[in-house]
Design a protein around this ligand. Sequence first.
Ligand code: ADP
Ligand code: MG
Length: 724
Amino acid sequence: MTGSESRAQAIYQITNRTPIETEKTEPLSKIWATDVFNLDTMEEALAKNAFKAVKKTVQTGKPLDAATADIIAAAMKDWAMAKGAKFFSHIFFPLTNATAEKHDGFIISNTDGGAITEFTGSLLIKGEPDGSSFPNGSIRATNAARGYTAWDPTSPAYVIHTDNGATLMIPSVFMSWTGEALDKKIPLLRSNDAMNNAAQKVLSLMGETDIATLNSSCGAEQEYFLIDSNFANARPDLLLAGRTLFGAPSAKGQEFDDHYFGAIPARVQVFMQDFEDQLYRLGIPAKTHHNEVAPGQFEIAPYFENANVAADHQQQMMTLLKSTAKRHGFLCLLHEKPFAGINGSGKHVNWSVGNSTQGNLLDPGKTPHENLNFLLFCGAVIRGVHKYGPLLRAVIASAGNDHRLGANEAPPAILSVYLGEQLEKVFADIQTGQITSSISGGKMDLGLDQILNFERDPGDRNRTSPFAFTGNRFEFRAVGSQASVHGPLIAMNTMLADSLEWIATDLEKQLSSGKDQTAAVIATLKSLMDDHGQAVFGGDGYSEEWHRAAVEDRGLKNIPTTADALPAYRSPEVIELFESTGVLSPTELNSRFEVYSEQYVLAIDVEAKLTIDLAKTAIYPAAIRYLSDLSMTNTGMAELGIDMDNSVAVKVAQETNAMMAAVAALTAALETEGFSSTEDHLQHCANNICPAMLEVRSHADALEAEVADELWPLPKYQEMLFIK
Ligand code: ADP
Ligand code: MG
């Protein structure tokens, strides 16, 4: 089949498809968390003492003794086997955005050659995958391949099903033989500890006596695209790079604003219900779903949870989105920019910190000016964003997210904080040395009897801010859609830990100078705002004026690309931040820089190779075929005395030549070697390879607008986005 035939075939297949058979959805009460070995399951399965011990571990992180681990392992095995599992796997989060699993059987054979099953506490606690094929950023030599996974009892184990069986999955951390973190869970847990320790100090100084362990919480909104797999299979760029490397804009895009919150197409609704039922079985609280701005784009958000569990659940969700989409005949695209010219996808990471005794410390209540704990924690966030803006930029940096940040659809590549009118005023008052009152939102009264009045939020929303206060939490809006939430959560918890340490030190000084509590808090916050208030910005983050003022007047950094962003991992402030909080050692941090740099270089490399390949083997032949058709028709027509317009052929010839010249330039850029440093290599990708790819694309897209539709080899934007 030629490329253009497979395109026609794809449309035929889609328009004649029979809907897939799905099971009727069950009531929530019947399916909720049925595949999770959670506290409820354990309470049923375990003796009282063992249950008490494990509950304590789950709630406070206190270590478990070996005997209890054995008891839990046995109960876990029985529970999983009753659900059809013959295998178990530690699941962990290496330094890619993916998850990793190594499956082991419960089976062992006894001396008589019979099969019995065994699962001991030590198997539960520790696994040993050969770690040498996971990126480690030169923490280990390949001959030192030993890596360990270790059970994280604070995130529940669960069972996943395939058509003919099930596997017990055990959330785990992953470390080297030398004890260095090779994953994203270890620093997330450490960052939470660091935040808890510092928060305890501040709250004690504030006179709190009963202070439960503080935890960070996360609710992540996930955007994605669904494309019929018949189209996707005819687009090697979508399959291998996750985004279209070519494609002229569709005549209709998102300009009518008719997709956002629109009626969800029936086929997608069926997919979502199937997907969410699986989430519910796994105890993942899927809460909202809707159409997003771009055609073919959707969003799902679960209810927020403890950050460690939320991060595990987020990874499960991404895996399930893809596998469920496949069953429904879709390809799910988690890439940040699958299609040029329409919105890309992000992942808003909603984040707060709190505990069971003081509640959510980022909840201002009705009168934030009187809520001193809130003001301190909110101030700590402001300081963090200002002081560690480049780190926040680095943790969201990826080849994919570079297409979003800075384009006027997603937050800019400048890190600032949006507080809303009410809090902006409170913090401005603090800077002048006195706080008097908070503006309230007031009543929303439409003057319609049938619509009940409600209390308006005290602040509006700001879509153009990368980091926005949204009522009782901060929303990190600049995170990429395929990124794991670990990096952003680690950075936020750690910067908060650092700021709270600073606050504790300063507050202690203020208090011991004889000030009363309110005066001391105001003095600490005033000094904090004098140094860091420049990060607070409530205006239009897309405007040119902001791009100028942020950099020139406020000294904030505009960091446009991943190549510019990643070196922050090597800056002295960031090394010091992670070392002083105990979240990552300098070696562990540097390994992250190396791995993330390599991931970026590899992503660009794959895209560049595909660009060359598709230009040469799919687009060039189509253009030449069309030229040859045109020239033959031309001769025939001339004999008949019909005047032919040669301009199309001339344009096609020009664009074809230009495209092949650009392919040659891209090939040369790709073959460049001998970089003096990783930083140098990153810059080469951003400044030479990426522009060279765009140049090839611009001519290919121009050809798409000229070449006869029946010859065009790749499914077009309007087909992929609008045919379902
Ligand atoms: P919106 O689109 O209005 O930002 P959504 O309802 O789509 O809101 O998503 C908001 C996310 O924020 C949800 O995952 C929600 O559970 C989460 N969230 C709400 N309160 C908190 C909180 N205190 N801490 C962390 N996340 C929260
Ligand atoms: Mg949101």
